[in-house]
Design a protein around this ligand. Structure first.
Ligand SMILES: Cc1cc2nc3c(=O)[nH]c(=O)nc-3n(C[C@H](O)[C@H](O)[C@H](O)COP(=O)(O)O)c2cc1C
Length: 162
């Protein structure tokens, strides 16, 4: 008898992976893009690499493919409003995205000034499987603005996965 996976068990088990919560941004010739993501991990010490799973049909995906660069911001415990606002993508207004001020990073991608820490990546590889692309990014810039505990997906009361 073939093994049949229980879809409820698959969903529940996958949702028990523990995650952080991050705002990812990028910029191409069409402008700035952003999104709140949790599918992110460091994947090498030397060189310093991270991997991010990015929705194939998002404007964030489009901007990362075009610019080969992105920025990851750590969301602080006090910044649930920041995370919530980037679920809807990024709207540019002057020098703000969704009302949050940014500067340009070394890759030209927008670096938000409010998060406690950030790092900037150049894409060195990508894996296109399923409905998300895994972008492997080499960390080429980083900054820490203050000490604040990072917000986690579970603590914020959100779910993504399953
Ligand atoms: C709880 C939660 C977690 C999310 N995690 C991811 C993620 O890991 N990767 C991703 O590409 N999008 C993720 N998203 C979707 C993005 O936040 C956002 O909706 C998308 O990038 C915006 O796309 P748009 O610019 O095309 O509107 C998540 C959404 C929610 C509500």
């Amino acid at each position: 008898m073939p093994f049949r996976m229980d879809p409820q068990a698959k969903k529940k088990a996958l949702r028990q992976i523990t995650y952080g919560l991050y705002v990812a941004t990028s910029r191409d010739e069409n402008g700035c893009a952003g999104g709140t993501i949790n599918w992110l991990s460091q994947s090498s010490f030397a060189p310093p690499l991270v991997m991010a799973g990015i929705q194939r049909d998002s404007s964030l995906h489009q901007a990362i493919v075009a610019s080969r660069a992105f920025v990851i911001h750590i969301v602080g415990r006090s910044q649930k409003d920041l995370a919530t606002s980037f679920f809807k993508g990024a709207t540019l207004n002057g020098d703000t995205l969704n009302g949050f001020r940014f500067e340009s990073g070394v890759t030209g991608a927008p670096v938000l000034v409010d998060p406690p820490a950030w790092f900037e990546c150049r894409v060195v590889d990508e894996v296109r499987r399923g409905d998300h692309t895994i972008f492997v990014g080499e960390v080429v810039g980083a900054g820490v603005r203050r000490d604040e505990e990072p917000l986690t997906l579970r603590e914020a009361g959100f779910a993504y996965g399953g």
